[in-house]
Design a protein around this ligand. Structure first.
Ligand code: FAD
Length: 466
């Protein structure tokens, strides 16, 4: 028996109205929909939207949302489509609202160290534009083809969080459009703000379920003088990860500390067609250093090396040339795609207090063995964010087992004082795990917040809440 959906359909009349708002060529139907039916999350099946609309400005976003709200049509905002939990996938059909044409850098204000950009600007374009003005945006959430609106909506983190934190620490204000069509401005070009509820921070990480972000004010900093990289092999993952608290306790603050095991290095080497030195040891730390000058970098490296060696490191490799450094980074950046090619079924990003990473990773491996399913762990050791890739054949039975396995791993992570997503968000693939961390009335409070912003439930339905 077919169940009646509570949502309205995108009829020919709605298509004509959308074309009137955004222009006919910016309203996509038919074959063009396929590109918007998935993100980077491995998926058993795509979800086609009924239409994709590409507005040019906030007024058009407002008109589209007003129309969708009147007709109860689901709206899925979309940036670069690089998300790893299915947040930009239109699971309920309706409209995909792509910010790709809203890609203007409005202003780079050197006096206030603030960039004002439209939500569709790609991260790679922000890096370049601020560097041209002698400034720096220090976060690097892993994929430069992501849009800044997507970074904001997922509160993206990445490899530089140990020193700089995550996206929410660099957003000073937003322009956002509510489902009613109201355009609001939050925050401003100031660092301090104790004025009532902080709507900027509420919208950050809301995964398109409350409003569409259309503009972002980003805090900038002066560029670092020098950046360096250490690649440190160990005979065991336990030794590698156990070195991390020892480094941080010494008061050294690297930009980032990544851990990885031999098998993922080998997969990524094959994928990238490149080799990294010392690649046959069991586990590795990749440590990113920054300093005002060469001496500062040497001082940090000079302290980190002995700490790691006394924790079981076999060697401390620092690439001597830019080419060797690029080679290492290229292999690191291919991890995700190498895992995808190897048949990744799911990808989790549990975060635990960093003192418990080794214990968490060992538990994940043991639990995977119980199920007979390989679990590959890689991630941001310096901030406790562990990425777990589950490999296997995409059968229904296997998918069920993977869900159960990940559920157990998430529960253990939460019991260790962690949470279920450190940076990718819940999208629609991790919604089942939310009750693990949202007890004590928090779930109901979050649902009331959702209701206050979006009483008709049109904003990205099926995401965050199952
Ligand atoms: C190889 C690879 C490496 C990665 N490494 C990292 C990493 O290290 N750290 C990390 O944090 N992430 C990482 N990611 C994940 C991804 O890049 C981030 O989640 C990124 O923030 C998504 O941005 P996007 O523009 O692609 O968003 P999308 O995938 O398009 O959307 C993500 C979510 O944001 C919502 N959204 C997008 N734009 C808006 C808007 N303007 N208004 C409201 N909601 C919006 C969508 O509805 C969806 O819920 C990686 C991805 C890949 C493929």
């Amino acid at each position: 028996m077919e169940t009646q959906s509570r949502y309205g359909r995108v009829t020919d009349e709605v298509l004509a109205l959308l074309a009137g708002i955004a222009g006919e060529k910016n309203v996509v139907t038919g074959e063009g929909l396929e590109n918007y039916s998935h993100d980077e999350m491995p998926m058993p099946k795509p979800f086609l939207p009924e239409v994709v609309v590409k507005p040019d400005n906030s007024t058009q976003v407002s008109e589209i949302l007003k129309l969708a709200n009147q007709r109860l049509i689901p709206v899925t905002p979309r940036g670069g489509g690089t998300g790893l939990s299915g947040g930009a996938i239109p699971t309920h059909g309706g409209i995909v609202l792509s910010l790709e044409r809203m890609n203007r850098i409005i202003e780079i204000d050197r006096a206030n160290f603030v960039a004002t950009v439209e939500a569709g600007v790609l991260l790679s374009d922000i890096f370049q534009a601020v560097a041209e003005h002698g400034l720096h945006y220090p976060l690097y959430p892993g994929e430069a083809s992501a849009a800044i609106g997507g970074n904001v909506a997922t509160n993206a983190g990445g490899m530089r969080a140990v020193k700089y934190g995550v996206t929410r620490h660099f957003v000073l204000g937003l322009e956002a459009v509510l489902p009613t069509g109201e355009i609001i401005q939050t925050g401003g070009k100031f660092v301090k703000n104790s004025t009532a509820y902080d709507l900027t921070q509420l919208l950050i990480g809301s995964e398109g379920t409350l409003a569409v972000v259309t503009r972002v004010l980003l805090r900038l900093i002066p560029p670092p003088g020098k950046m360096e990289l250490l690649f440190i092999p160990f005979n065991s993952l336990h030794d590698a990860i156990s070195s991390v608290p020892a480094i941080l306790q010494r008061g050294i603050l690297p930009v980032g500390i990544e851990f990885m095991e031999k098998d993922i290095i080998h997969m990524a080497e094959e994928y990238a067609g490149k080799e990294v030195p010392l690649h046959d040891y069991e586990a590795f730390l990749m440590i990113f250093l920054e300093g005002d000058n060469e001496e500062e970098i040497h001082r940090q490296a000079g302290e980190i090396g002995p700490i790691c060696l006394s924790n079981g490191a076999v060697d401390v490799y620092s690439p001597a040339t830019e080419r060797a450094k690029r080679n290492l980074l290229d292999v690191r950046e291919k991890f995700y795609y190498a895992l995808k090619r190897a048949g990744m079924l799911d990808f989790a990003d549990v975060v635990v207090p960093r003192s418990r990473i080794a214990e968490f990773v060992e538990m994940s491996h043991r639990t995977g063995e119980e199920y007979g399913i390989p679990v590959i762990a890689v991630g941001h050791a310096g901030d406790g964010n562990v990425h777990l890739a589950i490999l296997g054949e995409a059968t229904d039975e296997m998918q069920k087992k993977v869900k159960e396995l990940l559920g157990r791993i998430c529960r253990e992570g939460v019991a260790m004082g962690g949470t279920i997503s450190g940076e990718h968000g819940l999208g629609f693939t991790k919604t089942d795990y939310l009750p693990m961390v949202a007890g004590g009335g928090k779930m109901e409070l979050m649902q009331r917040i959702k209701q206050a912003f979006d009483p008709n439930g049109i904003m990205n339905p099926g995401k965050i809440f199952s």
